[in-house]
Design a protein around this ligand. Structure first.
Ligand code: ADP
Length: 261
């Protein structure tokens, strides 16, 4: 429990820091890209510097795109939450997912029979799903099974005490599991840090899970990751069911009323 708290505080600090830096960088990059573009236009098309200026422009644009991802991750980029269904969001990205996954990976989906109503920015939740699926795919270069499932889940105090994470309440649970390479403890401890990656340069930015973490936190949810080297990985995302807060508030008000008697 203590570890979870430190992790969350650490992420908050990193989020604030990266958000601020990304914002400043964005302004700096806008100036670099603007002046480089002007230079490119002013130089004769055959000028020997054209190629170098072009390289500066491409590199700056890569940096700008990274900065945008960082800004999206940090809380400055507020989402647009609306009542929506978790199953509907998954069905929405299904075609995209099929396209991401190669032949040697079997995709198994098992969605809850009832729709799971959540208050969410569906674009952000789509991003969470895509990031987890891309990671699962990358963890199975030799192929394997990728399973995606949803269910409703009530967490009580006992569950929270036993597992050492989460808060009591009613949740929509999204699980993404793979039969891939898995992670050792040292890797697992750092996966949510921005820029932490074990992938080859150019293959990973290390922002995927940092973004997932930020989005889930913004939705008042939480994440659990179970992974063993050589045995695959399971990510579980818990998002509050829509009527849960009302129910809980009512119960709380009820208790306060009775306490006041
Ligand atoms: P990136 O995918 O760009 O590396 P992420 O933040 O999404 O960035 O992931 C960080 C690291 O976490 C990955 O480089 C990898 O080491 C580890 N990781 C994430 N998901 C999985 C998974 N399903 N199986 C094994 N390792 C994973």
């Amino acid at each position: 429990l203590e570890h979870q708290l430190t992790q969350s505080q650490k992420m908050e600090a990193i989020g604030t820091l990266t958000g601020g830096i990304a914002h400043d960088f964005n302004n700096i990059l806008t100036a670099i890209i603007g002046y480089t573009t002007m230079m490119q236009l002013e130089l004769d098309e055959e000028h020997p510097l054209q190629r170098k200026v072009g390289e500066i422009l491409r590199a700056s644009e890569r940096a700008a795109s990274l900065t945008r991802s960082l800004l999206a991750y940090s809380r400055r980029q507020a989402g647009n939450p609306a009542p929506t269904g978790l199953n509907a969001i998954i069905n929405n990205v299904d075609i995209l997912l099929q396209r991401l996954i190669p032949e040697n990976i079997e995709l198994r989906s098992q969605l809850a029979p009832e729709e799971l109503s959540i208050m969410a920015d569906s674009g952000q939740i789509e991003q969470v799903i895509m990031n987890l699926v891309v990671n699962a795919r990358d963890a199975m270069p030799e192929g394997g099974v990728l399973s995606l499932s949803t269910e409703s889940m009530a967490l009580d105090r006992e569950f929270v005490a036993k597992h050492g994470y989460g808060r009591p309440g009613s949740y929509a649970l999204l699980a993404v599991a793979d039969s891939g390479v898995g992670m050792d403890e040292k890797t697992r401890d750092r996966i949510f840090e921005p820029f932490f990656t074990t992938k080859a340069p150019g293959k990973g930015t290390g922002l995927g899970l940092a973004m997932v973490y930020g989005i889930v936190k913004q939705h008042a949810g939480f994440i659990n990751c179970y992974s063993e080297p050589g045995h695959g990985t399971v990510f579980r995302i818990y998002l509050p069911l829509i009527d849960a807060p009302a129910e809980m508030e009512a119960a709380q008000a009820d208790q306060e009323l009775r306490g006041g008697d």
